[in-house]
Structure formats: structure tokens, C-alpha cells
Design a protein around this ligand. Structure first.
Ligand code: ATP
Ligand code: MG
Length: 450
């Protein structure tokens, strides 16, 4: 009992300091019914033990905007070890900052311990790099410190499901009402600490329909190059969130406008300058946005295959112009593009293998004679390759007729299919050719564009 009381005293609940504004439900309108059962269980269990516990971050913001939160995060003054001990189905994760995942059925709630101010920027002690990027940030702190180390004011609201009150240290509620995305503290310093915040600004503004406050927007262009120092895996994760936000067209436009697109997809700026490349990329993004908004599944491999397609295409054509067989040229082009990419935005293997298959299928789909089109129908990636082909047709890169041919070929029976096959590179001719060039390896697949 005494321990609990002491905890309450040091927790800040009884001795709250600082300029927190406590806003009752009557003013903000969020009822605890909007909170997932799992998050409520986590906060109430922690509070029953005398700890502070709040739903924080994106979930509070989304509820206030009338949106369904994607997930619920909880912040508390209990240490990760204590949280872990209180929930049987939980595990500690993370190296940079230890968090606890609490599981209820299939639901997961991420519980973080209030984070403190990181020690002053100091590249000597290794807490930051030479550009001011925070490398280590694992000090526990108070609720207020936890609020001000968050990125935007609208992300720094704490909601207590038991009282239905919101704790607001940074005027996040006012900013949200004014549809404004504002960085907490000095924007330049905060971007230096973590350049990914520049991408987050673009993504969250587009996704939530907020305007980036001028002071928060101003330093981005100048600091864009700092993204080069961010680990590629983290960039990839953030880029993926951005592309799958349902507002990717707007996000990519904004990245262009703010000069943030250079380091991400090296050729994106070049591609977007060519009318055909731009049409293709924008069309793929539009389709992705529609699918996300319709809550249909989206394949990141497909999307990245589309973003880099015109780069592959250029290298492929160049290889062919150098007298390489079409397939060899394509394989080399793929390797080259993926290698270029790995230094900028590492695409995990689980996606890059999908991308390769989709690209290779573009060569195979160009072949409409012999037995191969039949075999292609049972290829497990056929659908993705075909959808990709349709996008190419729609963007004007490939003749519409090829897409229509494949649409019909799928629809009709075997007999009609045989009648659809194009003459030309039939079996007999190929066999004769093979005989003639016994030692030479011949490549039968014609280039993707007839
Ligand atoms: P989303 O809707 O994409 O989940 P989110 O704001 O919830 O948006 P998360 O990555 O889930 O994004 O982060 C949860 C919270 O952690 C944020 O709301 C913010 O308070 C804090 N946060 C996340 N990334 C940063 C960052 N780079 N710097 C400071 N605070 C951050
Ligand atoms: Mg979130």
C-alpha cells in the first residue's frame, strides 16, 4: 500500500508539474468506447498497480479526427520489466529503446515507458552522430518529458480511459482543431535529431488532411540531404508507410516539392521528368491509393516494381541495343537497378524477389505464340504480371492490344486460345534455328514491346 502511494507520488499524478492542460470529455468528445479492449485492459491494469498509463500518439489523434486508429500505443511510468511482469502474454522488444508488446487474443498493444530528454547532442559521447542525429535515446523520464520529445503537437496527446481526460502539454488540441501539423520545439533541431521526421511530416499531413505549419515546413528543403545518414532499413519502413498511406500521389508530389525524393528512389526525379515514366508511376500510385482506401490488399513488391520500372526498362533497352539477347539484357538490367537501389533505400528480399518476377514476366507476356502462353497461365505470379502489363498499356508504354489479348486469352477455352496464338516464332522454326546454331545459345523470347 505504501509502495503504491509512493509510486503515485513520484509518478507525477499527484504532483503534476508543468503547463499540462487537462481537458475533460465534454470538451474533446472522445469516449472510452473508442479505445480497444486490449488498450483499456493495459491502462487499467497498470493504474490498479498505482502507475500512470495513457493511450498516446496516433490513436488519440485519429480518434479526435473521427478516424479509426490503426493501433493503440500506451505510455506509462512503469519500467519495461514491471510491465512485462504484469502481463502474462507480453514480451520486451527493441534495442534502441525497450518497449513491451502486450497481447490480448490477436490484438497487440505497444507499451512504452515515458522517455526523458536525451542527453545534450554530443557526438563525442556517441549519443548523436556528427549531424546531430540521435543514436541513443534510452533514458526514462516524466510524462511531460515524454510529451515534448514526441514529434508533432498533435501526436503528443495523452488520453486516460478511466477519466476520459486528455492531457495536452503542447497545444496539440488547438493545432488539431486548426488542422495544423506543428513540430514540437525548434523544427531544425528536431529534424537534425531525426531526419525521418521530415518524411513523417509529409506523410501525416497528406494522410490526415493537415497543413504543415510554415515554421515546420521551412527548414525541410535545406535539410533534405540529412536523410542520407538515416539507416536504409528505417528509410524503407517509412517510405513504405508513405506509399501505403492511401495518399501516395499527394505524398510523392509533396516530396518532389520539398526536394525530399532524391535520396529515396534515386531515379524517381528523372523518371518523373519523362512523360511516360511519370504517367506510369502516378498511375500505379493512384491505383494503390484506391486499393488502400477500399481496404483491399496491396503488394509492396508490385508497387516498388512499378516505381523502378522505367529505370529497368531504360537499362534493358540499352542492353538490347548493345546486341545482348533480350533476356540477358533484362536480367542484367534488373541486377543493376536493384544494386543501385540497395545503397539508397534497401528493399528487403521478400519484396525484391516479387519485383524480379513481375519484371521477368513482362518479357514472357510479350510472347504470344507456341505453348508458352498456356504455361504462363499457371504461373503463380501471372496475375501480378498481367496487372502490371495493364498498367503499362494504360500509361501508353505498350500497345493496348497486348493487354486485351491477354484478357481474352484468360477468359476463353483452350480451343479458342489455340486460335489466338500468333504465328511467327512457332515450334518448327525454332527447332530449325536451334539446329543451325548448335553451339550458340539462342534466346527465344522477343522483347516486351512487339
Ligand atoms: P501512424 O498513423 O502512421 O501509426 P503515428 O503517429 O501513430 O502514425 P507511429 O510510428 O505509430 O506513428 O508512432 C507513434 C507515436 O510515437 C507518434 O504519434 C509520436 O508521438 C511518436 N513518434 C513516432 N516517431 C517519432 C519520431 N521520429 N520522433 C518523435 N516522436 C515520434
Ligand atoms: Mg501509430
Amino acid at each position: 500500500m505504501i509502495r503504491k502511494l509512493l509510486r503515485r507520488l513520484v509518478s507525477g499524478r499527484a504532483t503534476r508539474q508543468g503547463p499540462a492542460r487537462i481537458v475533460p470529455r465534454s470538451q474533446h468528445g472522445i469516449s472510452r468506447q473508442g479505445i480497444s479492449a486490449c488498450a483499456k485492459r493495459v491502462t487499467s491494469t497498470l493504474q490498479a498497480e498505482g502507475y500512470d498509463a495513457y493511450v498516446v500518439g496516433g490513436a488519440v489523434r485519429d480518434l479526435l479526427l473521427g478516424r479509426d486508429p490503426k493501433d493503440f500505443d500506451v505510455a506509462t511510468n512503469a519500467t519495461p520489466g514491471r510491465v512485462r511482469a504484469l502481463f502474462r502474454r507480453s514480451r520486451i522488444i527493441g534495442r534502441r529503446f525497450r518497449l513491451v508488446h502486450v497481447l490480448c487474443g490477436r490484438d497487440v498493444v505497444e507499451v512504452s515507458t515515458f522517455r526523458g530528454k536525451h542527453v545534450d547532442s554530443d557526438s563525442e559521447t556517441g549519443t548523436t552522430d556528427e549531424h546531430g542525429r540521435i543514436l541513443r535515446d534510452n533514458v526514462f523520464g516524466s510524462r511531460e518529458e515524454d510529451a515534448v520529445r514526441r514529434d508533432f503537437t498533435v501526436n503528443a496527446l495523452f488520453y486516460d480511459p478511466s477519466t476520459e481526460e486528455i492531457v495536452d502539454y503542447c497545444d496539440g488540441l488547438a493545432d488539431l482543431n486548426n488542422r495544423r501539423l506543428r513540430m514540437i520545439g525548434d523544427p531544425t533541431a528536431r529534424y537534425r535529431e531525426d531526419p525521418v521526421r521530415m518524411l513523417r511530416a509529409v506523410r501525416l499531413a497528406a494522410k490526415l488532411g493537415l497543413e504543415i505549419e510554415p515554421g515546420t515546413r521551412a527548414p525541410i528543403r535545406e535539410l533534405a540531404d540529412l536523410l542520407e545518414n538515416v539507416p536504409v532499413s528505417r528509410l524503407f519502413e517509412e517510405m513504405l508507410k508513405l506509399l501505403l498511406s492511401g495518399q501516395s500521389v499527394q505524398c510523392v508530389r509533396q516530396l518532389q516539392a520539398d526536394g525530399l525524393h532524391h535520396g529515396l528512389l534515386p531515379m524517381l526525379d528523372v523518371i518523373l521528368e519523362q512523360p511516360l515514366g511519370e504517367r506510369f508511376v502516378m498511375l500505379s500510385l493512384q491505383r494503390t491509393d484506391e486499393r488502400v482506401r477500399d481496404q483491399k490488399p496491396v503488394s509492396p513488391g508490385f508497387l516498388f516494381a512499378a516505381l523502378l520500372w522505367h529505370e529497368v526498362l531504360a537499362a534493358w533497352r540499352a542492353g538490347e541495343a548493345n546486341d545482348k539477347s533480350s533476356m540477358v539484357a533484362l536480367f542484367e538490367a534488373i541486377d543493376q537497378v536493384l544494386a543501385n537501389q540497395s545503397g539508397n533505400l534497401a528493399i528487403p528480399r521478400r519484396f525484391s524477389s516479387d519485383m524480379k518476377e513481375i519484371w521477368i514476366l513482362q518479357a514472357r507476356l510479350a510472347n504470344r505464340s507456341g505453348r508458352r502462353p498456356f504455361a504462363l497461365l499457371s504461373n503463380p505470379r501471372f496475375r501480378a504480371g498481367y496487372d502490371f502489363l495493364l498498367l503499362r498499356c494504360e500509361s501508353g508504354e505498350v500497345d493496348e492490344e497486348i493487354g486485351q489479348w491477354w484478357e481474352r486469352f484468360q477468359r476463353v477455352g483452350d480451343e479458342e486460345r489455340s486460335g489466338m496464338l500468333l504465328p511467327g516464332s512457332g515450334g518448327r522454326r525454332r527447332r530449325r534455328k536451334r539446329k543451325r546454331a548448335k553451339t550458340k545459345t539462342t534466346e527465344e523470347t522477343p522483347p516486351a514491346q512487339d
